[in-house]
Design a protein around this ligand. Structure first.
Ligand code: GLY
Length: 359
């Protein structure tokens, strides 16, 4: 069992180990007599959400009353309508402030369930149980929760830390190679931000499907995130480093109508930003070479199907942009990134410089 402790506005553990899912009730403090609402999507419900599954049984054995709210999942349902419906469900079933929500699923479920937990009665406890590798590596830790508005992604939300994160590597056997790659991209990102061991582990990996390799990668990536989030929980500065490759990635996802997966877009985004940074002299070419070597090791498709103009237009419609500048994360050295503001009118040229070497 791997245990990490995140010490922010709330102190909580991240536990990783085989069999954790079926023993969830045993890890919840004061489970006896509490109501627990599992929030999950239809796909994950089939796998782990049923009453006969060990997860549900372990909660009942611990003395909790178990409820479940299932939604269709997907970006289309990551909205205020789903939040309202969850809040009404909790209220109808007389949930109180001492009751608990479990977010059982990928990043969308974590964001939705976390925001419902942040809003219900002005905030109740919630536990993250990621069932995708991407969520295990990144979104289940750090307390970002929220939903999309018609004007853009993640525009409504709250910082609300979970009280516990449980990752059971047994879930990896249900994931496609592509779903694992999504999380591997985020782990490589963490490596470039602050841990050369991640890059060495990734580069020397013999089997990207291996559960022990993936678990170790997730633990190291979360450790990088833990250090940053403990320093800057509400992203007033340093936490933005976790967005390495994400300006381009969000633009790529948007241009593709969300057909290019987040982790794959992050891989492309990191290739673009390291290439452009090397061309502009903001980092040594060896940083870009190291980035390409580790991404190519996992055979990420890196050729971006969109032009610099298309990416800029998508990036600048992001309502979270401040004023006339855009902040990029630059991989200054392998294992060290910095934030750099550039005028928005320079973004197309930056993307162009990055795209050139990927053709
Ligand atoms: N995924 C970036 C963050 O949590 O800040």
């Amino acid at each position: 069992m791997i245990k990490l402790t995140v010490n922010v506005s709330r102190k909580y553990d991240v536990l990783m180990g085989h069999g954790i899912l079926g023993n969830t009730g045993g890890y919840i403090e004061n489970a006896e007599g509490r109501k627990i609402c599992i929030i999950t999507d239809t796909n994950v419900d089939e796998l782990y959400g049923k009453q006969e599954h060990a997860l549900w049984r372990s909660l009942e054995s611990a003395g909790s009353s178990v409820y479940k709210y299932v939604f269709p999942g997907g970006e289309d349902h990551k909205d205020m309508a789903t939040i309202t419906s969850i809040l009404e469900y909790l209220a109808k079933n007389d949930f109180t402030r001492s009751d608990l929500i479990i977010a059982l699923g990928g990043g969308i479920t974590g964001d939705v369930a976390g925001f419902a937990a942040a809003s219900y009665l002005r905030g109740i406890e919630f536990i993250q149980i990621p069932t995708t590798f991407l969520a295990a590596v990144d979104s289940s830790v750090g307390g970002k929760t929220g939903v999309n508005l018609s004007s853009g992604k993640n525009l409504a939300g709250a910082f609300h830390q979970p009280s516990l994160v449980l990752f059971d590597p047994d879930i990896l056997s249900t994931l496609s190679a592509d779903l694992k790659l999504d999380g591997i991209a985020e782990a490589i990102k963490a490596g470039f931000i602050g841990d050369l061991d991640i890059l060495s582990l990734a580069y020397h990996c013999a089997d990207p499907q291996d559960e022990d390799f993936l678990t170790k990668l997730a633990a190291l990536a979360i450790e990088v995130k833990r250090i940053i989030v403990e320093d800057d929980e509400r992203e007033s500065g340093k936490r933005a480093l976790l967005n390495l490759g994400h300006t381009a990635a969000h633009a790529i996802e948007k241009c593709s109508g969300y057909n290019i997966r987040h982790g794959h877009a992050v891989a492309m985004g990191m290739a673009i930003v390291s290439s452009a940074s090397a061309k502009k002299g903001w980092c040594d070419n060896s940083v870009h070479e190291a980035m390409m070597a580790v991404l190519n090791k996992f055979e990420f498709p890196l050729e971006c199907p969109y032009s610099a103009e298309e990416l800029t237009s998508a990036a600048l419609h992001d309502k979270k942009r401040k004023g006339n500048d855009i902040t990029l994360v630059i991989p200054e050295a392998i294992g060290n990134c910095v934030l750099k503001k550039i005028p928005v009118e320079d973004l197309t040229e930056f993307f162009e410089a990055g795209l050139e070497s990927l053709k």
